[in-house]
Design a protein around this ligand. Structure first.
Ligand code: ZN
Length: 135
């Protein structure tokens, strides 16, 4: 079952500028930057009240985030829900008729395992399931 909101992914063009906004202006705690070269992404991690914000900036032109920015501009990209057993949850949702983008979990930020649901099945919200390493 879903436990809580793990994070909110936000597509940004200028990571430093938005990092300043979340950290200095809004007062979120800054948890660090992470480079994901395979996914063509640089990520800034922030937290407040147990919820994390991930600012997602593309480092090239061929990532999903680069495409999103080109088509829709900056803004909320996805919601991530924390689950205890991601494989089990994917099986349960599939059986309930939910279309999956990732039928198998794959590595995400901070050694979590993640999988995305198809927005066609979720009222056009991109939802990520996330199983933290130590839960
Ligand atoms: Zn995410």
């Amino acid at each position: 079952m879903i436990k809580k909101i793990a994070h909110i992914g936000i597509a940004v063009k200028d990571l430093e500028k938005q990092a300043k906004f979340y950290h200095e202006t809004l007062g979120f705690s800054f948890e660090g930057y992470e480079d994901l070269p395979k996914r063509g992404l640089k990520i800034g991690l922030f937290a407040i009240g147990g919820v994390r914000i991930e600012l997602l900036q593309p480092t090239g032109t061929d990532s999903a985030i680069a495409k999103f920015l080109e088509e829709k501009g900056e803004g909320v990209h996805h919601l991530a829900f924390e689950v205890r057993d991601i494989k089990g949850e994917l099986g349960r949702l599939k059986a309930a008729g939910v279309e999956l983008i990732d039928s198998e979990p794959r590595p995400g930020v901070g050694e979590a395992m993640i999988a995305f649901l198809n927005p066609k099945s979720t009222g056009r919200v991109l939802i990520e399931l996330c199983e933290a390493k130590n839960h």
